[in-house]
Write a protein that binds this ligand. Structure first.
Ligand SMILES: *Cc1c(COP(=O)(O)O)cnc(C)c1O
Length: 396
């Protein structure tokens, strides 16, 4: 029989039967340090006892009702998100792409109901990744994700990442806002220059535009703050969150100010599954854990420790690596070897990572990674580096 799955993933030949904290247990009997976390999803590690417990209890009570009725679990989570951020309003959905779509629709409707319907275009950035729906691939603008799918959805104007002059020059009478990732994840863990977000906020204010952040990857603690923008002293008008929000239970949220969300009146948007009680109680518990005193401080501490160790490691292997980069525990190593070879060798040494762009090894450990586990990661990277320098040694 041929493979019954769509052939759109180039999968590694490895499977897992169990996870515990930072570790995954393979069907091959091996233990792997999980620095992929299902692509920045399982930030609190696998099988977190508190998350298992709330999910089990909710599963016995109520799974799903529609958004035609009140959902108290949804109101409670929205309340928590608003208290912890700039937001006044929240819309729940199931994936990052949906949250970004909601953000795009919210920005367009804002101008529509404010008497400026001609303002519907968003400025985006080269190298961006916003998801795989037709509108979000158009927003990302990467030719490899657009090819063969017909005319891209209209309404996105792209400038180079971090180029603030080009951004200002791209603002026109049809511009509704700016859509940006505080750190570009997929295209190579690329941070914005210092102060750039504040500069973009000021430009938006001057031109009456909305600032829309895609924090699907950077949010929920990943970059060392609940949301990455909180490292600066500015706030967006709209923000998309997903990935880590449910620690693996599919859930996403679009956050907005009261003013920005004003156009999303009854009937303008919807979702069948979005915000169902199962997803809500899990995401609520994720937030409770992350907002406990000291949790995010400890993520920043582990991030700084690991970043310093990675910089030293890169300096030891200039033939293999160019630099260490990233924020919090969204880290990357720029490789001088094909990143697929690096990932494969690292897997043999018991570490799972993810590629970012063509040449960056992305390391996304759980936010609960201990310092000894961080040191073990660097030890295993060393073993992989030795094997990469001596191909005969790879399987040892
Ligand atoms: C992963 C990601 C998305 C898309 O999320 P899905 O859940 O795969 O739809 C959007 N934006 C960013 C920045 C991402 O990292």
């Amino acid at each position: 029989m041929t493979d019954p799955l769509y052939p759109c993933f180039a999968r590694a030949d490895v499977a897992f039967e169990r996870g515990e904290g930072a570790w995954l247990f393979g069907t091959d009997g091996k233990r792997y340090l999980d620095c992929a976390t299902g692509i920045a999803v399982t930030g609190l590690g696998h099988s977190h006892p508190r998350l298992v417990d709330v999910l089990k209890r909710q599963a016995e009570r109520l799974w799903h009702v529609s958004n035609a009725v009140r959902i108290p679990e949804q109101e409670q989570l929205a309340e928590k998100l608003c208290t912890a951020t700039f937001a006044d309003r929240v819309f729940f959905s199931n994936s990052g792409a949906e949250a970004v779509e909601t953000a795009i629709k919210t920005a367009r409707r804002y101008h529509h109901v404010n008497g400026r319907p001609e303002r519907w275009r968003l400025i985006t950035f080269e190298g961006a990744f916003h998801g795989r729906t037709l509108a979000t691939v158009a927003a990302g603008g990467q030719p490899k994700y657009l090819e063969g799918f017909g005319a891209p959805v209209e309404g996105f104007d792209q400038v180079s990442f971090g180029d603030l002059d080009a951004l200002e020059a791209a603002i026109g009478p049809e511009t509704a806002g700016v859509l940006i990732e505080p750190v570009q994840g997929e295209s190579g863990v690329r941070s914005l220059p210092e102060g750039a977000l504040a500069h973009i906020r000021a430009l938006c204010d001057r031109h009456g535009l909305l600032l829309v952040l895609d924090e699907v990857q950077t949010g929920v603690g990943r970059a060392g703050h609940l949301f990455a923008y909180q490292a600066s002293d500015i706030a967006p008008d709209i923000l998309a969150s997903a990935k880590g929000l449910g620690n693996g239970f599919p859930v996403a949220a679009c956050l907005a100010t009261e003013a920005a969300a004003a156009g999303m009146t009854p009937g303008t948007h919807g979702s069948t599954f979005g915000g169902n009680p199962l997803a809500m109680v899990v995401a609520s518990e994720v937030l409770d854990i992350m907002l406990e005193p000291g949790f995010l401080d400890s993520v920043r501490g582990t991030g700084e420790h690991l970043r310093a160790r990675l910089e030293a490691f890169v300096a030891e292997h200039p033939e293999l690596f160019e630099d260490a980069r990233g924020e919090g525990l969204l880290l990357g190593l720029k490789c001088r070897r094909p990143v697929r070879d690096v990932l494969q060798t690292l897997r043999v040494k018991g570490v799972l990572g993810v590629a970012a762009g063509n040449d960056v090894l992305r390391l996304l450990p759980p936010l609960t990674l201990s310092i000894p586990e961080a040191d073990e990661l660097v030890e295993r990277l060393r073993l992989a580096a030795i094997a990469l320098s001596n191909p005969a040694d790879i399987a040892a």
